[in-house]
Write a protein that binds this ligand. Sequence first.
Ligand SMILES: Nc1nc2c(c(=O)[nH]1)N[C@H]1C(S)=C(S)[C@@H](COP(=O)(O)O)O[C@H]1N2
Ligand SMILES: [Mo]
Length: 445
Amino acid sequence: MTKVTNTSENFPDEVSDKKELSRRDFFRKTAVYSASAIAAANVLSPVNLKADDPAIIDEAEWGTKLGDMVTKNLYGMPSPYEHNVVRRTTDLLSSGDMYASVSMCPVHELSGIITPNGLFFTRNHGGTAHVDPAEFRLMIHGKVKREVVLTLDDLKKYPSESRIYFIECPANGSTGWRGPQFNNLQFMKGMMSCAEWTGVMLKTVLDDIGLEDDAVWMLSEGSDNAGNPRTIPVEKALDDAMLVWGQNGEALRPEQGYPLRLLVPGWEGNLNTKWLKRLEFSDKPWHSKEETSKYTLLQKSGKAIQYFWPNEVNSVITSPCHQKPWTNLKKGDLIEIEGLAWSGHGTIKHVDISFDGGDNWVEASLKGLVLPKAWTRFSYIFKWEGKPLLLTSRATDDSGNTQPTIDQETAAVGVESIYHRNGMVTWEVSANGEVNNVHIRKHKA
Ligand SMILES: Nc1nc2c(c(=O)[nH]1)N[C@H]1C(S)=C(S)[C@@H](COP(=O)(O)O)O[C@H]1N2
Ligand SMILES: [Mo]
């Protein structure tokens, strides 16, 4: 029996007696059926198999020689072909230099709900600190029964928990209040990421050292140049706040606050103090500007909302988007619309999708894990008819919050704030499948 190899030029047409079919045979046979397969297709696979495709017929260059030794990358990096999938910065969103700045997560390039550590958005006010874990100390003082100074090892003796939560800077989407600024999802919504965090529940530590009855506020401070002093109510500290040292299975990255950060699930990113060094408890809020700073929400009236902690229910379609257009689709092709939804108030209940900018809605399916205060991926299979669309997503959480239209949002809080924007995002998809960021102001009620 002749062995059919995939480099043979004159392989037999009749292969039924062969034990080993070459890939060329497979494609030759498949090509016969592909025409009818196209007609019957209601699957999403592109039926464009080519019998003479060199990428499948020829032996790949990398298969002709040995690959790298396992000792080559003892800490692995993504394939060099993925070099475009990186955090990005823009001068528009930095406070003058790249120390007090933000690098944004390529949310449109991610799959699932976990952000790889190298792509986690980074927001610093005084640069990334490099803390020696041996010199790390956490002081807990003020209205506690027992004031303590803990090392990292002390903290790791507490029973640990791993939980998936997003962090979102409340300035995410800030550029779009008055109108579309970026035709780029990374710059529009990249001030957020989602990871599995490992650490100890703050409640576990506080139960151990004891809180005074009149402790109502907690101040957290980092050891970096900025310190980032922030206060939260003790209720939140005892609810689901964590002291975390682990991020997606490894130690926190320096950019994320190595070796320890405070995690305040679902609440404004700025409260999640990195390079944590101090927690102080008090019976009254801190008022001096040197001690704390907080983000407020300036309204139309000129008055600001002082405490505005949870990130509102939100969503965005990540595929298609300007960077992932539908220009390679044919009429009748089925295609998956995907996106991310999240809410600092709880769990995503449902996500609706509109193809006409909000007049009519269909329900998307939620896929994978659906967790409180975590990114939730949604999906909808759509038949592309080559007609222009206004593609909008609208998320609802289990606390009963639904994303507002842009009109509703600006009617409530005006356009002076740069924080907490969660108005619906609409993509204008043209007949040739290009995608642009537009503002749809008038939605039907
Ligand atoms: N110590 C310290 N913590 C900090 C900051 C900082 O500059 N210093 N930035 C805050 C802000 S504004 C945000 S949005 C989050 C960002 O977290 P990330 O950089 O891990 O994405 O960290 C917060 N914690
Ligand atoms: Mo932030």
